[in-house]
Design a protein around this ligand. Structure first.
Ligand code: HEC
Length: 173
């Protein structure tokens, strides 16, 4: 009799323990699941963080190498010009220029450095830029014939294309 009690006495805690253990492992799985989720979030955060750092580097290089050129040759339409030319006041011209500026900014707004404003993503803007630089299609003819020296020269193009290619590489990593 004494032995029976002893045996039951051993079994009950064992059962409770085992049950408790099961509960525990369920929680463990849940915990592991949570951790997995957190790691994934961290990964996404890290990717976002890395993209942000890349964009900052691209912008730094833009400011050092490219901004000066764009400021001279593109900002009149793709940003806020420092001063309008005298003929801006000529009736009719103002409307044409305002329209050009509005359209240019909708496509590509260089007012606030890189990433540019407008409808594109940082990557698509860079690709569009590469096209226009390679084709020499910007600034438009009606602009550069009145602004001698506003066309991109070979040195300008080389600097801009180098920056574009580096930046596209950075964003594609
Ligand atoms: C006289 C105003 C004017 C100047 C100056 C000018 N642009 Fe433009 N640009 C425009 C207009 C208007 C558009 C939109 C219509 C078009 O694509 O022709 C445009 C479009 C673009 C686009 C296409 C953007 C897109 O996503 O479709 C790029 C890239 C561009 N310009 C780059 C430049 C660069 C680089 C310079 C300077 C070297 C420059 N532009 C100077 C007026 C200008």
């Amino acid at each position: 009799m004494k032995q029976l009690f002893f045996t039951i006495g051993m079994i009950i805690p064992l059962l409770v323990f085992a049950h408790g253990k099961e509960d525990h492992s369920g929680k463990k799985a849940e915990k592991a699941e949570n951790q997995k989720g957190q790691q994934m979030h961290q990964k996404i955060d890290q990717t976002g963080q890395m993209k942000k750092l890349q964009i900052e580097t691209i912008n730094k290089n833009y400011q050092i190498n490219v901004k000066g050129i764009f400021k001279q040759k593109c900002i009149d339409c793709h940003g806020v010009p420092e001063k309008y030319p005298w003929y801006y006041k000529v009736p009719g011209i103002k409307q044409i220029m305002d329209h050009d500026i509005q359209e240019a900014q909708e496509h590509l707004d260089m007012s606030n450095d890189f990433p540019f404003g407008g409808h594109g993503t940082p990557l698509s803007d860079l690709k569009e830029l590469r096209k226009t630089v390679k084709k020499s299609s910007m600034p438009p003819l009606q602009y550069w014939i009145f602004h001698p020296g506003s066309r991109l020269n070979d040195k300008n193009k080389e600097i801009i294309l180098q920056w574009i290619d580096q930046s596209i590489n950075r964003l594609s990593q």
